[in-house]
Design a protein around this ligand. Structure first.
Ligand SMILES: Cc1ncc(COP(=O)(O)O)c(C=O)c1O
Length: 343
């Protein structure tokens, strides 16, 4: 029997045709390697159009590298980094952040993937005490790993708190585009304008083939990044093939169209399944994911036809995720399979 992977993750999708076109368009002749090329300059210009001209931006191969190398460039090994327990950097980066930064990762339980100042306060202690890791970075994920979003004000509350403590705010924006589409705001509103210092900006989950970016909103923070990226093995020699993708993603609102479509499809799926017996939707559906609790035997039955991830084994919660190319028919077929399994 065929297993369908449409709802496993937004990186189970293919690549948007405009991105393929952009890759093809730079696949001509020769170009200087390692990012000293005109296409990379053009992509950087696009980032500046969206995020403001006073940024430094660097491209890397994937989101894990963006997180780890971005954090590495703003920390010392005696620092601590604070994130939600559900953060990708805590759960799914194979303790890469700890290995490469040497920092202590302090994780904080949340009901929905979102940190607040009140949650953070009890953990952020020990300043100046040589026996304790020195608090340096708060990392939030936007949209969160639970499919929820921070408003601009919620981010601002955390960045104000961080800055008062002389700390920095890092954002894992693997799905920043989905969050911005959900809140109907531009990309700067949820980052630069909200006090984010370092951003991992995701491309792969929003229609690119590969590639993520590290954006520094304070140029002083990026002074060693070139070296850290090279040591960290993410100075891609044929950089133009990442750059061309970013230029296309950030042109003609492609970032927004892709993210909005993925979000809209999750709403369709949510409406199809929310009233079904034996299913409890466990998180607000704010971006492109639906989280649902359902009995294990039913999960197993659905997984005979559809591949998707179990988010929380203990609570029997699954994650169904839509992407830029999810179709309504795929949703209706999937919803039918779910209905058959629960009724
Ligand atoms: C929130 C978040 N951050 C970072 C990443 C890392 O991306 P990659 O798999 O490209 O390293 C992912 C990937 O699933 C993610 O969901």
């Amino acid at each position: 029997m065929t297993i369908n992977y449409e709802f496993g993750s937004d990186n189970h999708s293919g690549v948007h045709p405009d991105i393929i076109k952009a890759i093809n368009s730079v696949n001509v002749g020769y170009s200087v390697a390692y990012g000293d090329d005109e296409y990379t300059a053009r992509a950087v210009k696009k980032f500046k159009e969206h995020f403001g001209k006073d940024i430094d931006v660097y491209f890397v191969g994937n989101g894990t590298a963006a997180n780890i190398l971005g954090l590495k460039s703003v920390t010392d090994s005696f620092n601590s980094i604070f994130c939600a327990e559900t953060a990708h950097m805590n759960v799914h980066e194979c303790c890469g952040p700890e290995k490469f930064t040497g920092c202590k990762l302090t994780v904080i339980p949340t009901p929905d993937g979102k940190l607040t100042v009140d949650m953070l306060k009890p953990y952020i202690v020990g300043f100046g005490d040589p026996h304790m890791a020195q608090p340096k970075v708060i990392s939030i994920t936007q949209a969160t790993e639970c499919g929820t979003v921070y408003t601009k004000q919620e981010i601002k509350n955390i960045s104000d708190f961080a800055h008062k403590k002389k700390m920095l705010l890092h954002m894992d924006g693997a799905r920043l585009c989905n969050a911005a589409a959900s809140l109907n705001v531009d990309l700067a509103t949820l980052t630069k304008d909200a006090g984010v210092d370092v951003l991992s900006f995701g491309g792969t989950k929003n229609g690119m083939m590969f590639g993520d970016a590290v954006v520094f909103f304070d140029k002083g923070l990026s002074k060693n990044f070139e070296f850290i990226r090279k040591q960290g093995m993410h100075l891609t020699s044929k950089m133009r093939f990442i750059s061309a993708q970013f230029e296309a993603l950030l042109s003609n609102n492609l970032w927004l169209k892709n993210a909005k479509h993925a979000n809209d499809m999750a709403q369709v799926l949510y409406k199809e399944v929310k009233e079904l017996p034996k299913i409890k939707i466990t998180q607000k559906v704010q971006v492109n994911a639906v989280f649902a609790a359902l009995p294990k035997n039913i999960i197993t039955n659905i997984q005979k036809k559809y591949g998707f991830h179990i988010f929380d084994e203990q609570k029997s919660v699954v994650r169904w995720m839509c992407s830029f190319n999810t179709t309504k028919k795929e949703i209706m077929d999937f919803a039918k399979a779910i209905k058959e399994a629960v009724i």
